[in-house]
Design a protein around this ligand. Structure first.
Ligand code: NAD
Length: 282
């Protein structure tokens, strides 16, 4: 049985832990905040209970998966891990420091992966003494549901690291897509400018928010309109990605829509604040 050490037990870390445990990996889930570990265990347990109720999982498999997850408040377990997946807060200084530490603790053949949405894998790898074993494993939210992992090769990532990460991604039941290290990778590079353009369209009065969303649902068969999707993702997250693309490429085509900036300034971040392009009753 292979061991995965996950750093950060928030939305993504807990989802990755659930999927890894369900796929038979032995998991250690680490966070600096003990309450996040408690919350992660409760979320995972609730998710698995729901699968049992729907008869998609047996009670025995649920219990076995839960038994494979250990929550920890120390990094000691990194030494025994075959793969470390970092899913801590999106902060560059934090990740550079973490990777230097993880690199010093991990065994030589272990792989160090980051789930970052926007920070350069090449830069993260450069913070370690063994940059060839660093790779991006970009999961999507909610992790138990979304099939994709973007596997991002930094400039230094070795073929061996890529192949090992690819094998683990498949063992997790996901479909890996190889992507070069570049701002936004593939999905955010395409998705966020589309949403940003929808916000420009709204700002210009091209159509109402409902009209824009309806047009994209019926005209492109999208399951959700771009503005409703922006509310779901969080307008602050959408703005942060656009800023990364704009800074990364220095290309005006990635400039954030002024209305997006203003909505974030007003604290209208979408579902999480109860209002974005639509209102959400608590
Ligand atoms: P989150 O805020 O839900 O969780 C982050 C966790 O990291 C928190 O529990 C926090 O206590 C912990 N943390 C902070 N500093 C730490 C440290 N030094 N060591 C260990 N843990 C630490 O965030 P999230 O949404 O789960 O995002 C995590 C990462 O995944 C980010 O890099 C983000 O860009 C990326 N990501 C997020 C999504 C998404 O949709 N939420 C999708 C793909 C990738």
């Amino acid at each position: 049985m292979q061991t995965i050490f996950i750093v950060g037990a928030g939305t993504m870390g807990s989802g990755i832990a659930q999927v890894a445990a369900q796929s038979g990996f032995s998991v250690q889930l680490f966070d600096i905040a003990a309450q996040q570990l408690e919350r992660a265990r409760a979320t995972i347990s609730g998710n698995l209970d729901r699968l049992v109720k729907k008869e998609k999982l047996t009670a025995a498999d649920r219990d076995a998966a839960l038994a494979r997850i250990e929550t920890v408040t120390q990094l000691d377990g990194v030494a025994a891990a075959d793969l470390v997946i970092e899913a801590a807060s999106e902060n560059e200084a934090l990740k550079l420091e973490l990777f230097a530490k993880l690199d010093a603790l991990a065994k030589p053949e272990a792989i160090l992966a980051s789930n970052t949405s926007s920070i350069s894998i090449t830069k993260i790898a450069a913070a370690t003494k063994h940059p060839s074993r660093v790779i991006g494993m970009h999961f999507f939210n909610p992790v138990p549901v979304m099939a994709l992992i973007e596997l991002i090769r930094g400039l230094q990532t070795s073929d061996e690291t890529y192949q090992k990460a690819e094998a683990i991604a498949k063992a997790l039941g996901k479909t890996p897509v190889a992507v070069k290290n570049s701002p936004g990778f593939v999905v955010n590079r395409l998705l966020c400018p589309m949403i940003n353009e929808a916000i420009f369209a709204l700002q210009e009065g091209l159509a109402s928010a409902e009209g824009i969303d309806e047009a994209m649902k019926l005209g492109c068969n999208h399951p959700i309109g771009p503005l409703a999707l922006a509310d779901l993702i969080g307008l602050d997250v959408e703005l942060a990605v656009m800023q990364v693309l704009y800074e990364g490429f220095k290309d005006p085509k990635f400039r954030p829509a002024p209305l997006l900036v203003e909505m974030v300034e007003a604290g209208k971040l979408g579902r999480k604040t109860g209002e974005g392009f639509y209102r959400y009753d608590k």
